[in-house]
Ligand binder design. Structure first.
Ligand code: D41
Length: 698
């Protein structure tokens, strides 16, 4: 009898592995998820439970086994049976023409037909090799010097895009897949955001390439598992007991069938002109891509011709990397200035000796905050590496060590605001220092007005940044409320004075007409903006951390500005998604007499919206229900459980009363569970909660 039970269990484990593998492949490799995350998690938990109860069922390629535990002390050396070659680089069109000519000559001259190239992006990561035996991933190594690298198998196993078991069929008995491990930009940014807020506990990653390399060199695979790495296969090495197709492009497609991701950007091109057209097409998309690339690679597609050409040293004659302009350059820091943002955030900014990076000339780079300056130890006069990737703000990545660095004074955040002279303070637990000048600080006023007038806020069309600067600098507007006293004559006079000051536009009949039209439009737009909504108004006020979503939640919850302004921090925190930090910002904003004055003036000058009764229910299957969480949940943290219940409309309370709809009791639940039983309140165990979430979450 026990045999049939364990057969059933073994079968179930196999089914779960199959399902999980397929779902993970669809999610990570094909980018087309088929089952919700919650379902995936539930299947994974079931498999984990089965394997925990029957350790003999665990297989090395089980999806539960991606992260192995025991940290090793160093990486073993791995010799590459077939050396991993390197790529020649080209930096301009002429070098590509030369590359194609050389191939032609070696292959016996022009036969009138263009050569076909497999063309692909050049991912900016770390080259690695993966060995599969009988379809199972057995060893992975870094490229190292091409002859031998380091055994990083345990770390590579944590990368979800790398199959632990080959998919499909007809794979060779031994197959070595080569490719690049890289870190997508979003993951890199998210990781660094976390690091920046960790108060120095998590180290910042320098750039996606270093991040990929550093992550693979972690001795503890649990650390690697937390890094958002991805993989792209671009070649094969050893092949035994099987064959591959005759062209490179077909080989890449075969690898895709076996479970490796294939970039949508991979293509084929005819001759030199086709390659160059590809270079420009990919170059135009570069900034918008979700990962860094430093160029494209052209490979003669026909593998027989590749063999005929062979290589020089370690570099194949049949392939070349065509590089894009570098996204990192070195330059010197001429000064470190402070930029004051809309909410007073004082951001140290490096003024740089102009340098051409990522296709543009860069003169400033952000240093984020004082901690970051200290971490990098940037000092005025230092040589630094600046990076500009995509449309992200240029940043200082690191200081290039030089003999004078130590002699330069370390940088410190100034005590006062360079714009208004108010004190700069940094509150306990916050990464940013702020100018305390509030709306008496010209820098903050300008940006506050700019935000207030922006399209998604109060929406005053035609009032761009330049005019706002002029209006504030020439003294027409000191606060957002002043916008509503502007007259046509004010605007015309302001414009005339600004033109005079700049010595630019001579007054002509035509320019006079244009100015009048502009002024009329602005006045009309200001007038239109008087009729608004509470949520837009709240968003327009520019309270720290109150974006459109929070503004909407606050407007719904309170219904009127007066009841919102009267709410204390505790009351604010009852609003869905409003935590202690946002609540504190909101309360502090409305406590400031200056802000209250501006609001009163805006209302007096006709800015208005319809108010309504508070709407304190959320739609959803748990609308109107109050839940209480107690004890330890295994699969979720308390916070996750709370957020997910709230998302379904529940209110989550701290203590059990007659009004409690149900109590979720985890392990070792104590007095709250007793109370629930005493009052006859419904009690859910974790399984019931998970089941409910599974059914109701979209
Ligand atoms: O995306 C890349 N970084 C990439 C690197 C690529 N797409 N193709 C490559 N092809 C080769 C050959 C032609 C030698 C198989 C490569 C590299 N090599 C490479 N990466 C690092 C060293 C060599």
């Amino acid at each position: 009898m026990s045999a049939t039970v364990s057969n059933d269990i073994a079968h179930r484990a196999a089914v779960l592995r199959e399902k999980l593998d397929e779902a993970s492949h669809r999610y990570h490799v094909l980018d087309a998820p088929t089952i919700p995350d919650a379902e995936y998690d539930a299947l994974m938990r079931e498999l984990e439970a089965l394997e925990a109860a029957h350790p003999e069922l665990v297989t090395s390629d089980s999806p539960t086994q991606r992260v192995g535990a025991a940290p090793s002390s160093e990486f073993a050396e791995v010799r590459h049976d077939i050396p991993m070659l390197s790529l020649a680089n080209a930096f301009n069109d002429e070098e590509i023409a030369e590359f194609v000519r050389r191939i032609r000559t070696r292959l016996g001259g022009d036969d009138g037909r263009p050569l076909t190239f497999s063309v692909e992006p050049k991912f900016d990561g770390l080259a690695i090799s993966l060995r599969y035996e009988k379809g199972r991933f057995v060893r992975g190594a870094t490229r190292g010097d091409g002859e031998s690298g380091e055994d990083v198998t345990a770390n590579l196993r944590t990368i979800k895009q790398i199959p632990l078991k080959l998919h499909g069929k007809d794979w060779p008995a031994v197959l070595e897949v080569r490719g690049e491990v890289y870190m997508p930009r979003a993951g890199f940014e998210k990781y660094n955001e976390l690091a920046r807020n960790s108060g120095g506990k998590i180290k910042l990653l320098i750039n996606p390439r270093n991040a990929a390399a550093g992550s693979l060199r972690q001795l503890d695979p649990r650390i690697t598992a937390k890094r958002p790495l991805a993989f792209y296969a671009y070649a094969v090495g050893v092949v035994e007991g099987g064959t591959l197709p005759p062209t490179h492009a077909q080989t890449l497609h075969r690898l895709r069938d076996w479970g490796f991701p294939l970039s949508k950007l991979v293509s084929t091109a005819e001759g030199e002109s086709g390659c160059l057209a590809y270079y420009r097409r990919i170059g135009a998309q570069r900034d918008a891509l979700p990962f860094d690339i430093d160029g494209v690679v052209y490979k003669l597609d026909d593998l027989a011709l590749q063999r005929e050409l062979g290589f020089v040293g370690r570099t194949p004659r049949w392939a070349i990397a065509h590089k894009f302009p570098a996204q990192e350059q070195t330059t010197t820091v001429e000064a470190i200035d402070i930029n004051i943002g809309r909410t007073g955030a004082a951001t140290p900014t490096a003024r740089l000796k102009p340098v051409f990076v990522g296709g543009v000339t860069v003169t400033n780079a952000t240093l984020h905050n004082a901690d970051q300056v200290a971490r990098l130890d940037v000092r005025i006069g230092d040589t630094v590496i600046v990076r500009r990737a995509g449309d992200v703000i240029p940043e200082v990545v690191s200081v290039v060590a030089d003999a004078q660095h130590a002699a330069r004074p370390p940088w410190a955040m100034p005590a006062t605001c360079p714009v208004c002279g108010s004190e700069i303070v940094r509150e306990e637990g916050e990464a940013v220092a702020r100018c305390t000048g509030g709306l008496s600080c010209a820098a903050q006023v300008q940006q506050a007005i700019f935000h207030f007038a922006s399209r998604r806020a109060i929406d005053i069309d035609g009032l761009g940044e330049r005019y706002i600067e002029d209006l504030t600098e020439l003294g027409y507007v000191q606060s957002v409320a002043d916008l509503y006293k502007l007259t046509l004559d004010d605007l015309l006079e302001m414009k005339r004075r600004a033109d005079e000051r700049d010595g630019t536009t001579p007054e002509t009949v035509k320019s006079g007409k244009v100015a009048t039209k502009w002024a009329e439009n602005v006045i009309a737009a200001i007038d239109r903006s008087r009729g608004t909504t509470l949520e837009r108004f709240l968003y327009a006020l520019g309270i720290s951390d109150v974006g459109e979503t929070t503004a909407k939640a606050l407007a719904r919850w309170f219904g009127s500005l007066d009841s919102l302004m009267a709410a204390d921090v505790d009351a604010l925190q009852t609003v869905p998604d409003v935590g202690p930090i946002v609540a504190a910002h909101v309360a502090r904003f409305f406590a400031q007499p200056h802000n209250r004055d501006v609001i009163a003036e805006l209302r007096a000058r006709g800015v208005a919206w319809t108010e309504h009764e508070p709407q304190r229910t959320i739609d959803g299957p748990l609308a109107g229900k109050t839940a209480v969480l107690t004890g330890a949940l295994g699969a979720l943290t308390r916070e996750e459980a709370r957020a997910r219940l709230e998302a379904l409309g529940a209110k989550v309370a701290g203590s059990v009363s007659k009004k409690t709809s149900f109590v979720v009791a985890g392990a070792e639940a104590g007095s709250k569970l007793d109370k629930a039983n005493e009052l006859g309140v419904e009690v859910w165990d974790e399984a019931r909660l998970l089941e409910f979430l599974k059914i109701h979450e979209v």
